[in-house]
Design a protein around this ligand. Structure first.
Ligand code: FAD
Ligand code: SIN
Length: 535
């Protein structure tokens, strides 16, 4: 039976952002975490390289700030950058105090090196940092009496005045969030979760692309829900493609995520070569393999297009085998299981969609343009990343912003009451889906369109073609949605189409190339375009 729940805090998502926030507010009220799959399934759980943070005696906040600003290509908010970087080490200490265990060397935290960083500064747990962070956080959540976790509960929509029959537009400054409608998949019911404060921590959207390092959950639900609720969304054109995902012809289908070969492997000395064995990165950038990701991904794309090949080679075979195995046990084991021994041979790699830099616009306390709605982690756009995220800055951002949000949220909760007038979800007049093939076919088509036309290199022609196709998909899916009973798969597809639309339109609006957005029609950076793109 459909239920009405009342919590002080509703957290949507159980990655680092949602869990860190939940732990931060649990002393001041009852918390519900709803998460659409098993609780550990999140981008966080797959993070490899680590958390960027200033620890080394020769490093400084100023240096990390400068590296972040340089990667962000003129679109970072410097205040946000400085705040996140300054407060980062405290959050890492708090994580350690909670039980997270990071790799050490001679009694000190071992610091990895990644592209765009002038110093070693990546705190990590071997090459499976996210798994360790998620493990520690879920352990602490489990021990907390004030937090209830609802697995396989899919948030469908944020509840606002719109659900009370009022006309809500993006220009109205006082839209409020009263909670969310949540689909309980095992029981096939839609429950109403009323909350004083709602934290959107649904992660990214890179599953809209055919090739992605992200798990299947990354369908941009939070961005789409916030967009429908009329929140402000920013910088959606800046999609980061990780240069080195493992190339395997049999997984090259878009149905499965691509396995990541961490940037830390290049930090460890791996080189990129074309299939003739020629090292090519020094021709593109003096920082070679450790140039920021956009540069490395575009260089690989250029090599592939020039040479008509499917992959390039990442060669780490010249490095000491036992050191390689000790630092990257997960990567070495996974490659060997797939028939490639990185200690003896090069790893075939291709770029793959990896991180959504834009999202729901927030301030430094994670407040969105909707009252009572916070957003943190990959779903949010705080101004830290600008036009390109520096490696390993996202776990850092999620920790700092979720903490700041948790510090502020009790004040918001104190003045925001449950809105009892919210109606239950109306599912009348709908039938069960009989045409599953429509969902899977349209999802596949959308992912292909995004990969082929809205990828690493864009053009006006490709973007307008993508927009036309996406509009057709939108019409088909909306029609299907109107007459079909709710399901997670259908709602995901609907959200993916909304996110694809936002990426395409934002890309069309930017008439220049900057950071991760590169278009053949406007190849230069333009001072007049130096501003975030807002929807
Ligand atoms: P996630 O961890 O993605 O969590 C989102 C949660 O929301 C999930 O629990 C999901 O199930 C849930 N959810 C989504 N939609 C709904 C819905 N409709 N209803 C209910 N629940 C929902 N960053 C770094 O800084 N360092 C790294 O080394 C690093 N390595 C990475 C490696 C890989 C392979 C990947 C994919 C990413 C990596 N990143 C890394 C990026 C980083 O992991 C993510 O940006 C970060 O973990 C995002 O955390 P989050 O809490 O915002 O979202
Ligand atoms: C990696 O390990 O290469 C991923 C790091 C990141 O995405 O920040």
């Amino acid at each position: 039976m459909a239920r009405r729940y009342k919590y002080d805090y509703l957290v949507i998502g159980s990655g680092v952002a949602g869990l860190w926030f939940a732990l931060g507010v649990a002393a001041s009220g009852r918390v519900a975490i709803v998460t659409k799959k098993a609780r550990a399934e999140s981008n966080t759980n797959y993070a490899q390289g680590g958390i960027a943070s200033v620890w080394h005696e020769e490093d400084s906040v100023q240096s990390h700030v400068e590296d972040t600003l340089a990667a962000g290509a003129g679109l970072c908010d410097e205040d946000v950058v400085r705040t996140v970087i300054t407060e980062g080490p405290r959050e890492i200490r708090a994580l350690i105090a909670l039980g997270a265990s990071f790799t050490k060397s001679k009694g000190q935290l071992h610091l990895g090196r990644e592209g765009g960083h002038s110093h070693p500064r990546i705190v990590h747990a071997q090459d499976a940092t996210g798994r360790e962070v998620e493990r520690a956080l879920l352990g602490a959540i489990h021990a907390h009496d004030n937090i209830d976790v609802f697995e396989y509960h899919y948030a469908l929509d944020l509840i606002t005045e719109h659900h009370l029959g009022q006309y809500v537009t993006r220009l109205r400054p006082d839209v409020s969030c009263f909670g969310a409608y949540v689909y309980d998949e095992p029981n096939d019911e839609v429950h109403t979760f009323l909350s004083r404060v709602t934290m959107l921590a649904t992660g990214g959207s890179c599953a809209v692309y055919r090739h992605t390092t992200n798990p299947l959950i990354a369908t941009g639900d939070g961005i789409a829900m916030a967009y429908r609720a009329k929140a402000r969304i920013a910088n959606m054109e800046f999609v980061q493609f990780h240069p080195t995902a493992l190339y395997r012809p049999e997984t090259n289908t878009g149905a499965k995520p691509s396995f990541l070969i961490s940037e830390a492997v290049r930090g460890f000395g791996a080189m990129l070569r074309n299939q003739d064995g020629v090292r090519f990165m020094p021709r593109y950038d003096p920082r070679a393999e450790l140039a920021p990701r956009d540069i490395v991904a575009r260089a690989i794309d250029d090599q592939l297009k020039q040479r008509g090949e499917d992959y390039v080679l990442l060669d780490v075979s010249h490095q000491n085998t036992s050191a390689l195995e000790a630092e990257f046990p997960h990567i070495v084991k996974t490659c060997r299981r797939r028939g490639i021994d990185p200690a003896r041979e090069s790893i075939p790699v291709v770029p793959s969609a990896h991180y959504q830099c834009g999202g729901v616009q927030t301030d430094l306390e994670a407040r969105t343009s909707i009252v009572g709605l916070l957003a943190a982690g990959e779903v949010a756009c705080t101004g830290l990343h600008g036009a390109n995220r520096l490696a390993s800055n996202s776990l850092l951002e999620a920790l700092v912003l979720s903490r700041r949000a948790a510090n502020r949220a009790p004040d918001i909760a104190a003045v925001q009451n449950w809105n009892e007038a919210v109606p239950d979800w109306d599912a009348t007049g709908t039938e069960r889906p009989g045409e599953w093939v429509l969902i899977s076919h349209n999802r596949d088509e959308l992912q292909r369109v995004m990969w082929d036309y809205v990828g690493i290199v864009r053009s006006n022609l490709r973007l307008s073609r993508a927009l036309r196709r996406t509009r057709l998909l939108y019409k088909e899916v909306e029609d299907f949605y109107d007459r079909t009973r709710i399901s997670g798969a259908l709602c995901e597809l609907r959200n993916m189409i909304a996110v694809a639309y936002l990426i395409i339109r934002s890309a069309q609006m930017r008439r220049e190339s900057r950071g991760l957005h590169y278009t053949l029609d406007y190849p230069d950076r333009m001072t007049a375009e130096q501003r975030p793109s807002l929807v």
